[in-house]
Write a protein that binds this ligand. Structure first.
Ligand code: AGP
Length: 615
């Protein structure tokens, strides 16, 4: 999730671009760059880029007197190519006369790059974005908009782009598909941005671009058109009434709430280009595994902390079920000190949102010393874990600002399910028709998450209002939904400070049931899965002891669920393996709403840090 800013008008472009990037830095901060068209020097394109936070770029620009009034800027969240100056946007073509900034993922960038290199193009970065600059260059014939359309017609994936060309004074071209882009109209000229916060210092008059639309903007004109053939579109100007703080959170009260609602997009971006629902095929070259090396794996160890450990616990069910390989799941801080049985036939998968968690890094290093192949699951390109692992499957969840992990968790699950299918296909342990069924279910998941989230707040709020003064909570789940119960409990305790425990539903009667009384809220996960009847029996044990039951189950089963509790939350029906991604959503929102009602600091809970880089 990167930040794009563009401007053309009557004022100097660099200060406007830098101020805009500063307000988008939450979208990514691996590197930043700016490019301007120097009207005083025959339109020459000036480009300045710096690795690290925006302040590095500002330092670079301090002694520069760039008078240009047209330019583009970018703050990067790396997806392809580690954070570096060479990989920083804007990227240019061979001539240096055309530059592009981009937010998204070009899925077919490898094949396009090979074709362009064969045609004599030279590349200077590892990014997918640079391919766009060269592709547009090959189509340039004087009409920049047409060249951009022709180039994007060959692109698969997601993009929001800004293009600047020496041959077109006072002009920026923009286009979008599956990544946001908005145009601003001010007295100073025309603006382009990934998100509204970048525009607010100059205007509240905005034009939203929709998917597969493009725009040609000059200081006094904004033409919107279709990406397919340039047909004009008449788009009204919208006046936004957000303040800057609200805008950074896209109108949500907290980053955590925004990130809960970003999960369909995060999961969609994580699986994009990696799964073919028609054939059940999985594309994961990052693992470096082929049929031979996959067949040699005798044991898999999943290594993580906190929420990432819960993702590992869920993945264990999948991998043992579909790959028929024994799986150990270890809390990283324990793994490091155990006498572990790891060898060259072991696959170790450290899972980490940040890629900087000290315990997980230490465990990974120990596994590598013992000869294991290490394939990481991580959300931060260029983080320590990704630089040391043999390979990394990135979750493309974008920066997760809230300390309580949400979109990273469901994106980790999506990546782990991809790994399961990939291993199963390589080892021949998944029948082709089953692979197609599972791949199709995974492809449909983001839509079902979107559907579930649509009215979820109104459904969980009554529960939050009734239980936000509780002293304790117990979450129950069976099978692969036991780790979901652990995750629900962790979400609640880490942001609301209510003591909460997740338990295997079948374990309640072996002790914890003694805690059940008229005060104790017990949330039971009861999706229609193979262990449904058993889990319902456990919930009935609670009801018989007058426990305060909350049940979360499958849509269509409300009648049965209402016999257990008056607090019923349901999720769409889905392939049983994927229920954890859907069941997590009400648990995240419930924890958020309870914490909010208790006046807690949801985004930065006491005693916690987003990345635990100490042991
Ligand atoms: C999650 O809500 C917590 N903030 C925490 O448990 C986190 O999952 C854990 O510290 C691991 O972090 P990582 O995924 O960045 O390694």
């Amino acid at each position: 999730m990167c930040g794009i800013v563009g401007y053309t008008g009557r004022r100097r472009a660099v200060p406007i671009i830098i101020e805009g990037l500063r307000r988008l830095e939450y979208r990514g901060y691996d590197s930043a760059g700016v490019a301007c068209r120097d009207d005083a020097d025959n339109g020459r394109i000036l480009r300045r880029r710096a690795r690290g936070k925006l302040v590095r770029l500002e330092e670079l620009l301090e002694d520069q007197d760039i008078r240009s009034t047209t330019g583009l800027g970018h703050t990067r969240w790396a997806t392809h190519g580690a954070p570096s100056e060479d990989n920083a946007h804007p990227h240019c073509d061979c001539s240096g006369d055309l530059v592009v900034v981009h937010n998204g993922i070009i899925e077919n960038h490898r094949s396009l790059k090979e074709e362009l290199i064969a045609a004599g193009h030279c590349f200077s970065s590892d990014t997918d974005t640079e391919v766009l600059a060269h592709l547009i260059e090959t189509e340039l014939d004087g009409d920049l908009a047409r060249a951009v359309r022709a180039a994007l017609a060959r692109v698969k994936g997601s993009f929001a782009i800004g293009v600047l060309w020496r041959g077109a004074a006072d002009t920026l071209v923009a286009a979008r598909r599956h990544s946001p882009l908005v145009i601003g109209v001010s007295d100073a000229g025309s603006h382009l941005a990934s998100d509204i916060p970048a525009l607010l210092p100059y205007t509240r008059e905005v034009i939203f671009l929709n998917d597969d639309e493009m725009a040609v903007i000059t200081s006094d004109s904004r033409e919107i058109m279709t990406l397919s053939n340039g047909s004009p579109i008449n788009r009204e100007i919208t006046t936004v009434d957000w303040n800057a703080a609200m805008a950074e959170k896209a109108g949500y009260k907290h980053f955590m709430l925004k990130e809960i609602f970003e999960q369909p997009e995060a999961v969609s971006n994580t699986i994009r280009g990696r799964v073919d629902p028609e054939s059940g095929g999985i594309t994961l070259p990052e693992t470096g595994l082929d049929e031979k090396s996959a067949a040699r794996i005798s044991r898999i160890t999943l290594l993580a902390c906190g929420t990432s450990w819960h993702a590992a616990l869920i993945a264990r069910y999948w991998i043992e079920k579909w790959c028929r390989i024994p799986v150990e799941v270890d809390i990283a801080s324990e793994f490091r000190y155990r006498s572990i049985l790891i060898d060259a036939n072991s696959l170790v998968v450290p899972i980490s949102q940040s890629g900087e968690t000290a315990d997980t890094l230490a465990g990974m290093r120990r596994a590598m010393e013992m000869g294991a192949r290490v394939v990481a699951i991580c959300n931060v390109v260029g983080s320590t874990m990704t630089r040391e692992a043999d390979g990394t499957i990135y979750t493309h969840a974008g920066p997760e600002i809230g300390v309580a992990s949400t979109k990273a968790f469901t994106s980790q699950l999506a990546a782990l399910f991809l790994l399961t299918l990939h291993l199963g296909r390589l080892r021949g342990s998944i029948a082709p028709e089953t692979a197609v069924r599972l791949a199709a279910a995974l492809t449909e998941l983001p839509l079902l998450m979107e559907e579930e989230l649509r009215d979820l707040e109104s459904r969980t709020m009554p529960v939050a209002e009734e239980f936000n003064r509780a002293r304790d909570f117990i979450y129950l789940g069976r099978g692969m939904n036991f780790p979901v119960a652990l995750e629900g409990a962790l979400k609640l305790k880490e942001i609301s400070y209510i003591h909460a425990e997740g338990y295997p539903a079948g374990e309640l009667k072996h002790g914890p049931i003694a805690l059940v009384d008229r005060e104790m809220p017990i949330l039971a996960l009861l999706p229609r899965d193979p262990v449904y009847d058993k889990a319902v029996s456990n919930a009935e044990e609670v009801k018989a002891r007058r426990g305060r039951l909350i049940v979360v189950g499958s849509r269509g089963d409300e009648k049965n669920l209402r016999e257990l509790s008056r607090h019923v939350l349901v999720v769409p029906e889905i392939e049983e393996d994927l229920y954890p991604m859907l069941l997590s959503l009400p648990l995240q929102l419930l924890a958020y709403q309870i914490a909010n009602l208790r006046g807690c600091d949801v985004d930065q809970p006491r005693n916690l840090a987003k990345s635990v880089t100490v042991e």
